[in-house]
Design a protein around this ligand. Sequence first.
Ligand SMILES: C[S@@+](CC[C@H](N)C(=O)[O-])C[C@H]1O[C@@H](n2cnc3c(N)ncnc32)[C@H](O)[C@@H]1O
Length: 295
Amino acid sequence: MKSVMSFPNRGPWGKSNWRGNTSGHVIREIIEHFSPKLFVDACEGSGTSGDVCRDMGVEYAGLDLYKGQDFTKDFILDQLPRPADIVFTHPPYADMITYSGEVYGNEAIAGDTSRCQSPEEFISKSQVMLMNQREATREGGIYATLIGDHRGGTLGRGNFRSYQSDFIQMMPKDELLSVTIKLQHNCLSDNRQYSGSFVPIMHEYLLLWKKKQKSLFEISFDMASEMTKRVATTWRNAIRIVMMKLKEARLSDIYTEVEKVAANLVANNPNYKAKIRQTLQKHFTNVERGVWAVA
Ligand SMILES: C[S@@+](CC[C@H](N)C(=O)[O-])C[C@H]1O[C@@H](n2cnc3c(N)ncnc32)[C@H](O)[C@@H]1O
């Protein structure tokens, strides 16, 4: 397996008429690379992973919402004979394709992540999916997801969101094993001509994490402190940009400029002036009372 994959044909596995089906070659590559004994697909769809596992002689368990297993509320591990070597998902890409009530059945099913009302709801439920996958993976095993970025739909016309980036952010940094780009073939966008700044999406990402010996509590603690560090760095960098522009300035002018440059940080911190003073004290020079300069 390498960090770029390209399969012009999806192979004989699963059903090509299941919208959003996975290329069986992706599953084959994962199995060839990691030689799992038990492979689990928690979004089985038309059964591509199961077919590949059968061909390759690998024990398999397949779950999906239409079979009654909801990764947002049912513990995956409870449905397995033991923790798996690999727990894979190819989930909906938010509302790009609607599954319950459209690809199968006549009604919406609660928990269907293709029916989320907002990107935030989709991201939050997808984090439950990834943590659930992780809990079902043996220590040293692999949890993996195939996900694409998205434009439009619940994001609003023309708006773009990189779900792969969201997914990477919300799982433990030190467990991320690789990010593989999988080219998409036979897309509607292949033969279209686009004008302006529009950039068509031609690939998906296979994200692989290797599970370490850490409890859910430990990983959420790590993620919270990572977030705190990132917010602190962003404050420092926003103030650095302001000071690059102002060179030397009075505190009141620095506040005004930071309010313009970092409106989102300011909106989320009612004590932002104290935060600015604290950052200035740590990283800049106090020229005289109330006046600060780049060091
Ligand atoms: C992209 S399709 C999977 C395609 C499959 N790998 C194949 O090759 O046919 C996504 C699947 O996720 C399932 N799904 C959506 N929400 C789910 C949930 N909360 N729990 C389990 N499965 C879910 C859908 O039913 C759908 O079958």
